[in-house]
Design a protein around this ligand. Structure first.
Ligand SMILES: *Cc1c(COP(=O)(O)O)cnc(C)c1O
Length: 239
Protein backbone atom coordinates (compact mmCIF):
# COMPACT_ATOMS: atom_id res chain seq x y z
CA UNK A 1 0.00 0.00 0.00
CA UNK A 2 1.38 3.38 -0.92
CA UNK A 3 1.65 5.99 1.78
CA UNK A 4 -1.08 8.44 0.59
CA UNK A 5 -3.60 5.61 0.48
CA UNK A 6 -2.72 4.42 4.00
CA UNK A 7 -2.94 7.98 5.25
CA UNK A 8 -6.39 8.36 3.74
CA UNK A 9 -7.64 5.12 5.27
CA UNK A 10 -6.39 6.08 8.72
CA UNK A 11 -7.71 9.61 8.37
CA UNK A 12 -11.19 8.28 7.51
CA UNK A 13 -11.17 5.75 10.35
CA UNK A 14 -10.04 8.41 12.78
CA UNK A 15 -12.84 10.74 11.65
CA UNK A 16 -15.45 7.97 12.07
CA UNK A 17 -14.04 7.10 15.51
CA UNK A 18 -14.04 10.76 16.54
CA UNK A 19 -17.74 11.06 15.60
CA UNK A 20 -18.59 8.09 17.81
CA UNK A 21 -16.52 9.47 20.70
CA UNK A 22 -18.26 12.84 20.41
CA UNK A 23 -21.71 11.21 20.25
CA UNK A 24 -20.95 9.21 23.41
CA UNK A 25 -19.74 12.41 25.14
CA UNK A 26 -22.98 14.18 24.21
CA UNK A 27 -25.07 11.31 25.59
CA UNK A 28 -23.08 11.42 28.81
CA UNK A 29 -23.11 15.23 29.02
CA UNK A 30 -19.31 15.29 29.10
CA UNK A 31 -16.86 17.53 27.23
CA UNK A 32 -14.75 15.74 24.60
CA UNK A 33 -11.67 17.30 26.19
CA UNK A 34 -12.03 14.97 29.21
CA UNK A 35 -11.14 11.94 27.12
CA UNK A 36 -7.70 10.94 25.80
CA UNK A 37 -7.64 8.60 22.83
CA UNK A 38 -4.75 6.13 23.00
CA UNK A 39 -4.19 4.41 19.64
CA UNK A 40 -2.99 0.88 20.43
CA UNK A 41 -0.48 0.06 17.69
CA UNK A 42 0.45 -3.50 18.73
CA UNK A 43 -0.91 -5.07 15.52
CA UNK A 44 0.89 -2.79 13.04
CA UNK A 45 4.42 -1.91 12.01
CA UNK A 46 6.22 1.22 13.16
CA UNK A 47 5.72 2.81 9.75
CA UNK A 48 1.93 2.43 9.98
CA UNK A 49 1.93 3.64 13.60
CA UNK A 50 3.96 6.67 12.52
CA UNK A 51 1.00 8.01 10.53
CA UNK A 52 -1.06 8.60 13.70
CA UNK A 53 1.05 11.45 15.12
CA UNK A 54 0.97 13.03 11.65
CA UNK A 55 -2.83 13.00 11.94
CA UNK A 56 -2.70 14.59 15.39
CA UNK A 57 -2.90 11.51 17.66
CA UNK A 58 0.22 11.64 19.83
CA UNK A 59 -0.85 9.10 22.48
CA UNK A 60 0.14 5.60 21.31
CA UNK A 61 -0.07 2.34 23.23
CA UNK A 62 1.76 -0.99 23.11
CA UNK A 63 1.11 -4.12 25.11
CA UNK A 64 4.65 -5.56 24.99
CA UNK A 65 7.58 -3.60 26.44
CA UNK A 66 10.04 -4.76 23.75
CA UNK A 67 7.72 -3.56 21.01
CA UNK A 68 7.28 -0.23 22.79
CA UNK A 69 11.09 0.18 22.87
CA UNK A 70 11.32 -0.65 19.15
CA UNK A 71 8.60 1.75 18.06
CA UNK A 72 9.73 4.50 20.42
CA UNK A 73 13.15 4.36 18.75
CA UNK A 74 11.57 4.60 15.29
CA UNK A 75 8.92 7.28 15.85
CA UNK A 76 8.84 10.97 16.71
CA UNK A 77 10.05 11.92 20.18
CA UNK A 78 6.79 13.86 20.61
CA UNK A 79 4.79 10.64 21.00
CA UNK A 80 3.41 9.88 24.47
CA UNK A 81 3.92 6.13 24.90
CA UNK A 82 1.46 4.13 26.99
CA UNK A 83 2.27 0.61 28.15
CA UNK A 84 -1.07 -1.20 28.33
CA UNK A 85 0.12 -4.80 28.81
CA UNK A 86 1.94 -6.75 31.47
CA UNK A 87 5.34 -5.44 32.56
CA UNK A 88 7.89 -8.00 33.72
CA UNK A 89 10.21 -6.71 36.40
CA UNK A 90 13.33 -7.40 34.31
CA UNK A 91 12.00 -4.99 31.62
CA UNK A 92 11.52 -2.00 33.91
CA UNK A 93 14.89 -0.25 33.46
CA UNK A 94 14.74 0.41 29.69
CA UNK A 95 11.00 1.13 29.81
CA UNK A 96 11.01 3.94 32.38
CA UNK A 97 12.72 6.65 30.29
CA UNK A 98 10.37 6.00 27.35
CA UNK A 99 6.96 5.72 28.90
CA UNK A 100 4.39 8.45 29.58
CA UNK A 101 1.96 6.24 31.52
CA UNK A 102 1.98 2.56 32.54
CA UNK A 103 -1.66 1.38 32.60
CA UNK A 104 -1.11 -2.15 33.74
CA UNK A 105 0.49 -2.21 37.19
CA UNK A 106 -1.04 -5.29 38.72
CA UNK A 107 0.79 -6.08 41.99
CA UNK A 108 2.53 -4.54 45.00
CA UNK A 109 5.63 -6.48 44.00
CA UNK A 110 5.75 -4.68 40.65
CA UNK A 111 5.08 -1.33 42.37
CA UNK A 112 8.01 -1.92 44.74
CA UNK A 113 10.33 -2.80 41.83
CA UNK A 114 9.17 0.29 39.90
CA UNK A 115 9.77 2.51 42.94
CA UNK A 116 13.30 1.17 43.37
CA UNK A 117 14.20 1.60 39.70
CA UNK A 118 12.58 5.04 39.38
CA UNK A 119 14.49 6.17 42.44
CA UNK A 120 17.77 4.87 41.01
CA UNK A 121 17.17 6.54 37.64
CA UNK A 122 15.73 9.66 39.31
CA UNK A 123 12.79 9.43 36.93
CA UNK A 124 9.28 9.71 38.34
CA UNK A 125 6.90 7.25 36.68
CA UNK A 126 3.14 7.72 36.25
CA UNK A 127 1.08 4.56 36.63
CA UNK A 128 -2.48 3.29 36.76
CA UNK A 129 -3.48 0.34 38.91
CA UNK A 130 -4.99 -2.46 36.86
CA UNK A 131 -8.11 -3.73 38.58
CA UNK A 132 -9.80 -7.01 37.76
CA UNK A 133 -13.44 -5.88 37.69
CA UNK A 134 -14.76 -8.89 35.81
CA UNK A 135 -13.61 -11.50 38.33
CA UNK A 136 -12.16 -13.64 35.54
CA UNK A 137 -9.40 -15.82 36.94
CA UNK A 138 -7.00 -15.42 34.01
CA UNK A 139 -7.09 -11.62 34.16
CA UNK A 140 -4.21 -9.67 35.69
CA UNK A 141 -4.84 -7.02 38.27
CA UNK A 142 -5.78 -6.15 41.81
CA UNK A 143 -9.10 -7.50 43.02
CA UNK A 144 -11.67 -4.73 43.56
CA UNK A 145 -11.79 -5.49 47.31
CA UNK A 146 -8.00 -5.59 47.56
CA UNK A 147 -7.33 -2.01 46.47
CA UNK A 148 -8.75 -0.29 49.61
CA UNK A 149 -6.59 -2.57 51.78
CA UNK A 150 -3.31 -1.46 50.16
CA UNK A 151 -3.88 2.33 50.07
CA UNK A 152 -1.31 2.85 52.85
CA UNK A 153 1.38 1.10 50.81
CA UNK A 154 0.42 3.09 47.70
CA UNK A 155 0.65 6.43 49.50
CA UNK A 156 4.18 5.60 50.69
CA UNK A 157 5.47 5.51 47.10
CA UNK A 158 7.57 8.56 46.20
CA UNK A 159 8.88 8.04 42.66
CA UNK A 160 5.89 6.07 41.44
CA UNK A 161 2.96 8.43 41.00
CA UNK A 162 -0.45 6.76 40.98
CA UNK A 163 -2.66 8.54 38.48
CA UNK A 164 -5.76 6.36 38.40
CA UNK A 165 -7.24 2.98 37.64
CA UNK A 166 -7.45 0.77 34.57
CA UNK A 167 -9.63 -2.20 33.74
CA UNK A 168 -10.52 -4.59 30.95
CA UNK A 169 -14.06 -5.90 30.81
CA UNK A 170 -14.76 -9.51 29.91
CA UNK A 171 -14.92 -9.94 26.15
CA UNK A 172 -18.52 -10.09 24.99
CA UNK A 173 -20.51 -9.44 21.82
CA UNK A 174 -22.78 -7.00 23.60
CA UNK A 175 -20.98 -3.88 24.90
CA UNK A 176 -23.66 -3.50 27.58
CA UNK A 177 -22.07 -6.53 29.24
CA UNK A 178 -19.04 -4.32 30.00
CA UNK A 179 -21.07 -1.68 31.83
CA UNK A 180 -20.99 -3.28 35.32
CA UNK A 181 -17.17 -3.59 35.14
CA UNK A 182 -16.76 0.04 34.14
CA UNK A 183 -19.27 1.24 36.75
CA UNK A 184 -17.45 -0.68 39.47
CA UNK A 185 -14.10 0.89 38.50
CA UNK A 186 -15.68 4.35 38.69
CA UNK A 187 -17.26 3.57 42.07
CA UNK A 188 -13.90 2.39 43.38
CA UNK A 189 -12.25 5.61 42.18
CA UNK A 190 -14.99 7.75 43.76
CA UNK A 191 -14.71 5.85 47.03
CA UNK A 192 -10.91 6.14 47.29
CA UNK A 193 -10.00 9.40 45.62
CA UNK A 194 -10.30 11.51 48.79
CA UNK A 195 -7.69 9.31 50.50
CA UNK A 196 -5.07 10.06 47.85
CA UNK A 197 -2.75 13.00 48.14
CA UNK A 198 0.08 14.43 46.03
CA UNK A 199 2.07 13.09 44.29
CA UNK A 200 -0.78 10.60 43.92
CA UNK A 201 -4.15 11.39 42.41
CA UNK A 202 -6.92 9.09 41.19
CA UNK A 203 -7.83 11.27 38.22
CA UNK A 204 -7.83 8.72 35.40
CA UNK A 205 -10.08 5.83 34.48
CA UNK A 206 -8.56 3.90 31.56
CA UNK A 207 -11.36 1.73 30.25
CA UNK A 208 -12.96 0.93 26.91
CA UNK A 209 -11.59 -0.69 23.75
CA UNK A 210 -12.99 -0.94 20.21
CA UNK A 211 -15.91 -3.10 21.27
CA UNK A 212 -17.05 -1.09 24.30
CA UNK A 213 -15.51 2.41 24.39
CA UNK A 214 -18.86 4.18 24.07
CA UNK A 215 -20.22 2.46 27.19
CA UNK A 216 -16.90 3.28 28.92
CA UNK A 217 -17.28 6.98 28.10
CA UNK A 218 -20.84 6.91 29.45
CA UNK A 219 -19.45 5.38 32.66
CA UNK A 220 -16.71 7.98 33.11
CA UNK A 221 -13.63 6.84 31.14
CA UNK A 222 -10.93 9.51 30.80
CA UNK A 223 -8.68 7.31 28.64
CA UNK A 224 -9.87 4.89 25.95
CA UNK A 225 -7.53 2.37 24.30
CA UNK A 226 -8.38 1.70 20.65
CA UNK A 227 -6.66 -0.73 18.28
CA UNK A 228 -8.98 -2.63 15.94
CA UNK A 229 -11.20 0.31 14.92
CA UNK A 230 -8.12 2.08 13.56
CA UNK A 231 -5.83 -0.70 12.39
CA UNK A 232 -7.98 -3.67 11.37
CA UNK A 233 -6.63 -5.25 8.17
CA UNK A 234 -3.47 -3.13 8.20
CA UNK A 235 -1.27 -5.57 10.11
CA UNK A 236 0.64 -6.77 7.05
CA UNK A 237 1.14 -3.29 5.67
CA UNK A 238 4.71 -2.11 5.60
CA UNK A 239 3.47 1.29 4.28
C1 LIG B 1 -4.99 -4.59 22.30
C2 LIG B 1 -5.43 -3.84 23.48
C3 LIG B 1 -6.37 -2.79 23.36
C4 LIG B 1 -7.02 -2.42 22.05
O1 LIG B 1 -8.05 -3.34 21.78
P1 LIG B 1 -8.99 -3.27 20.48
O2 LIG B 1 -10.13 -4.14 20.83
O3 LIG B 1 -8.19 -3.74 19.33
O4 LIG B 1 -9.41 -1.83 20.33
C5 LIG B 1 -6.71 -2.10 24.51
N1 LIG B 1 -6.19 -2.41 25.73
C6 LIG B 1 -5.30 -3.41 25.88
C7 LIG B 1 -4.78 -3.71 27.24
C8 LIG B 1 -4.90 -4.16 24.78
O5 LIG B 1 -4.02 -5.16 24.94
Amino acid sequence: MIQPELREILNNRLAALEERIEAACRRAGRPRSEITLVAVTKSVTASVAAVLPELGVIDLGESRPQELWRKAAALSKDVHWHLVGHLQRNKITPTLPLVHLIHSVDSLRLLAALEQDASKQQLPVAVLLEVNTSGELQKHGFAVDEVPTVVGELLALRHVHIRGLMTMAALAEDPERSRPSFASLRELRDRLSRDFEEPHRLEHLSMGMTSDFEVAIEEGATVIRIGTALFEGLSEQAA
